[in-house]
Design a protein around this ligand. Structure first.
Ligand code: SF4
Length: 471
């Protein structure tokens, strides 16, 4: 009797030999009784299951499930290197229209994530290297309004460095796309623990509040609430520190000059840049003592003994109240009860800090050949809005310009949708949906079109099982 045969898996360039009953290197395919099969079932979103429960929105936020059952690429398998049609090309009737959805699991060497971390704390200099397991996996990019953005992954880290760098990058991307926590360090900066949809942890401290605005915005929002209760307010911010008596909002409300002087670059009245170095102190500066940004008060410009001063950070987490003594030196005093509600209001207006993860990838490569014999027509159809791209049923944002470069919020993609292969590369489900006539016009694989019922009954090259999920 012949011994059970090892089989070659052809679903990615690794081309594993898989022993009977075993999985290949990625655990996504196995040798099941002499056939290579996908280990996860084909996932179909089902409207009836979703009735009364939320489902992943298809293409638009207000999709009401009217497409009925929607086949996703999750568990579909792949047809790498796409010399044959995609694993499933599904025809359905939707409100009297013939619709085709082409589903596949795409292998991405050109992919990464953008991680938005809601924090005022300085995480690291722009372009500083971000590391996982000591390996470079990305870099710090721009600071946005109340957040800092990390750009992780990309083809250079996946393929352009050492094996360890590529593997660390791939593992980091997969974990972040799967909403799992990841530990990161930034050269010359902070240590981070981040997971999509959860509060970030910076240097061991969970972040709770996202800033209410920059220092200038905070002045504009709350100047009227402070008027009459305190003589001067300074909102300390690494980017734009606000001073109410000089600020346009204060002027309009009739705040009197206080003779305050700020050490920093004056941009416009009441708005100062570069009052300190970036750091993890007040308002994202390196300040432990906010008075360090003040030069001596000027009596000729309104400073007087007894003048009161409130200093705040952009989240209100740090605040201190002062009174000028006879020598015009600020002395710390207890916060008057009348000012407490304004501090509480700032806290109330701070949104919860979260880490958000967008998966960004290019679907402009060979996988298009699994959709159509004329790949550029798929690109044009996506760009023109004639075909819709989704990831596990979740809506994507497609970049203008050439190719099919998209981003998707990983928290909107069903769990377990992402995978990886050891090349290393990420695997993500894709669905291209369009009218049947449009699909045929762009050179679609007409002979491979099947009904969803037939697909659920017969399976495909790699898939026999399917599952219906509401979410
Ligand atoms: S790594 Fe996975 S997909 Fe690639 S050949 Fe091996 S089993 Fe197949």
């Amino acid at each position: 009797m012949n011994a059970p045969r090892k089989l070659r898996c052809e679903a990615c360039p690794v081309r594993c030999y898989v022993a009977p009953g075993q999985t290949g290197a990625c655990d996504r395919y196995m040798n099941d009784g002499g056939r290579i099969v996908r280990t996860d079932p084909l996932t179909v979103l089902d409207r009836t299951l979703a009735a009364g429960r939320p489902t992943v929105a298809f293409a638009t936020d207000d999709w009401d499930g009217s497409l009925g059952r929607f086949p996703t690429g999750i568990g579909a398998g792949t047809t790498y290197p796409d010399y044959k049609p995609a694993p499933f090309i599904v025809s359905r009737e939707v409100e009297g229209a013939d619709v085709v959805t082409v589903v596949t699991e795409a292998i991405f060497s050109y992919c990464g994530v953008k991680v938005k971390i809601d924090t005022d704390r300085h995480l690291g200099a722009e372009a500083a290297t971000v590391r996982a397991r000591g390996e470079a996996v990305g870099h710090v990019t721009t600071a946005e309004y109340g957040s800092q953005i990390l750009s992780l992954g990309g083809v250079q880290h996946l393929t352009g460095g050492s094996r360890a760098e590529g593997n660390a990058t791939c593992d980091t991307l997969l974990a972040l796309c799967s909403r799992e926590p990841v530990d990161l360090t930034i050269d010359g900066g902070a240590t981070l623990a981040v997971a999509a949809g959860r509060p970030p942890v910076v240097d061991g401290e969970p972040e709770t509040r996202m800033r209410v605005g920059c220092g200038s915005a905070a002045i504009g929002m709350f100047a009227s609430q402070w008027h009459g209760l305190v003589d001067e307010v300074v909102v300390v911010d690494d980017h734009i520190t606000g001073v109410v008596s000089e600020h346009q909002a204060g002027r309009v409300l009739g705040w009197r000059p206080t003779g305050i002087r700020i050490r920093g670059h004056r941009s416009t009245p009441g708005r100062y840049f570069r009052v300190a170095e970036p750091g993890r102190g007040w308002g994202g500066t390196d300040l432990a003592d906010p008075l360090a940004i003040l030069a001596p008060f000027e009596p000729k410009r309104g400073a007087r003994p007894g003048l009161t001063l409130l200093m705040l950070s952009t989240t209100g987490e740090q605040h201190a109240f002062y009174e000028l003594d006879a020598g015009l030196v600020p002395r710390r005093r207890d916060l008057p009860g009348a000012l407490a509600p304004s501090i509480a209001l700032i806290a109330e207006n701070c949104e919860p800090s979260l880490a958000s993860v967008l998966f960004a990838a290019g679907a402009g490569g060979s996988l298009r050949a699994g959709v159509t014999r004329n790949p550029v027509r798929l690109t044009r159809a996506i760009q023109a809005g004639a075909a819709r791209l989704t990831v596990g049923g979740a809506p994507v944002w497609v970049w203008p310009g050439g190719g099919i470069t998209f981003m998707v919020d990983v928290t909107r993609v069903p769990e377990g949708a992402f995978g990886s292969v050891p090349t290393p590369a990420l695997v993500a489900p894709l669905e291209f949906t369009m009218p049947r006539a449009g699909y045929l016009a762009l050179g679609g694989h007409a002979d491979a079109i099947r009904s969803l019922d037939a697909i659920l009954a017969e399976g495909g090259e790699y898939t026999a099982d399917s599952r219906l999920v509401a979410r």
